[in-house]
Design a protein around this ligand. Structure first.
Ligand code: IMP
Length: 426
């Protein structure tokens, strides 16, 4: 199991890609096209939206019931893969996954516009409204697309409400039943070969001793229950979500690798205690290429936050850490690392605040570690890293009491240092 340990964009794609090679199945259990992965392999860049990263190794790829799917985006992704000579034959979609419909996109956009300064800063991919309708039991599931009568009826019922919202609340144009029904029936034709009972498929694979890699989308602090609500996504992003999102018992997950950047980034609004003040933020952004895969937005950049990371270890039961993009920190004379938060009441804590006001108004307490200036991207062995870089990694391990088993040293697939214990933990 791989899970993002910060606010998403930790470089999970690259770690999943690496571990996917050793797995039989790679399965996604939450989120939709709001989670972009960028993988650089053989000089080619792949931007994945719906697709589990295992696709690049020709693995069986599962999109579980806990995901939401935008059929238009998915079909585009399938076409792009096939055009570039990558087979999509082994992709499997759960019929229980909910469908992102055009009204979800319109409502996501309209709602953000209406919130103005209070906006969430969503990816505008319709995620929140789709999960809301799922909970409200007004959602359309992938399996509905394959029965034209049911599909038409469901669109009609939804539109009776959604068009009122679109026109009256957001001043948007209403949607038209016939056009939508025809468009989604045509998507259904393209998607039909991929549909499968993915819970059963994963269960059978596990029973026969196969390795399944669960790929968490987004990050711990974007979790709907335990993240920095309301600045979160609308699905469970934690490791536990894999059980419900795929449809297996939690006892089937035997190791959890958390992925964290050697610093922190955040897209969208919301509190961010270690956000860097001044020109150094811009330097980290440029060096790290911190612009969104899905939206192209600038990511906010901060120093490594061990309070938040400790929280991620707790929430996910992380058994090993992958620390990505360590190379981005080469050329900083000093590296502040946040160990505690100073609370508005005056006290300090090493635990993530349970109350939002404490988190919104806390100040980071840093320990400053020495930096290094040598490039590290060509290094192949942990022992050959500059001493301050090794100390940085060991400091994180000591503070979190978790082994750092993988270290990212560059964008290319092979720019990863594996340390002792990596194979066992992963
Ligand atoms: P939504 O998931 O589009 O509803 O966006 C909700 C919040 O989650 C926003 O702050 C987004 O920027 C953030 N978010 C969603 N997916 C990702 C991701 O994959 N990486 C980083 N941030 C994300």
């Amino acid at each position: 199991m791989i899970v993002g340990a910060q606010w998403g964009d930790e470089g999970k794609g690259k770690v999943v890609d690496l571990l996917a090679r050793e797995s039989d199945i790679v399965a996604r259990y939450n989120g939709g096209p709001n989670a972009g992965h960028t993988i650089v392999a053989g000089g080619e860049t792949w931007k994945l939206r719906h697709m589990p990263s295992g696709i690049l190794w020709g693995k069986e790829c599962v999109i579980g019931a806990g995901c939401v799917v935008d059929p238009g985006v998915f079909v585009e992704e399938l076409d792009e893969f096939e055009r570039r000579g990558m087979s999509t034959e082994r992709v499997r979609l759960s019929g229980n996954a909910h469908v992102i419909m055009p009204w979800h996109l319109a409502i996501d956009r309209g709602s953000e516009r209406r919130l103005g300064k209070l906006k969430i800063g969503t990816t505008r991919r319709g995620i929140g409204p789709t999960y809301a309708d799922k909970a409200y039991r007004l959602g359309i599931r992938l399996q509905d697309l394959f029965d034209p009568k049911i599909l038409r009826q469901k669109i009609e019922v939804a539109l009776a409400e959604k068009n009122v919202w679109l026109e009256r609340v957001y001043g948007d144009t209403p949607l038209e039943l016939e056009e939508l029904a025809a468009r989604y029936e045509s998507h259904a034709q393209r998607l039909r070969p991929y549909l499968a009972d993915t819970s059963l498929l994963v269960d059978r694979a596990l029973r026969s001793g196969k390795d399944v890699l669960f790929e968490g989308a987004h990050g711990t602090l974007l979790d709907i229950d335990h993240g920095t609500y309301p600045f979160v996504t609308s699905s469970p992003t934690l490791s536990g979500g894999a059980a419900t999102g795929i449809g297996i018992g939690p006892t089937r997950i035997d190791a959890v690798t958390g992925v964290a950047k050697a610093y922190v980034t955040r897209v969208g609004e919301g509190p961010f205690p270690t956000e860097i003040e001044g020109p150094e933020q811009e330097r980290v952004r440029e060096l790290g290429g911190e612009f969104g895969t899905v939206t192209g937005r600038e990511r906010r950049c901060g120093w490594l936050d061990l309070v938040a990371l400790r929280y991620a270890v707790r929430l996910n039961g992380i058994t090993a850490l992958a620390l990505t993009k360590l190379d981005v920190l080469s050329s900083f004379a000093e590296l502040p690392v946040c160990l505690r938060y100073r609370l508005p009441s005056g006290g300090e804590t090493g635990d993530f605040p349970a109350h939002q006001s404490d988190f919104h108004h806390c100040r980071p307490v840093y320990e400053t570690l020495p930096g290094w200036s040598e490039p590290i991207d060509e290094i192949e062995d942990f022992g050959d890293l500059p001493e301050p870089a090794r100390r940085y990694v060991e400091f994180v391990e000591r503070e979190l009491e978790v082994d750092v088993t993988l270290i990212g040293t560059g964008a290319e697939r092979e720019r990863v240092l594996a340390r002792a214990g990596a194979a066992a933990a992963a």
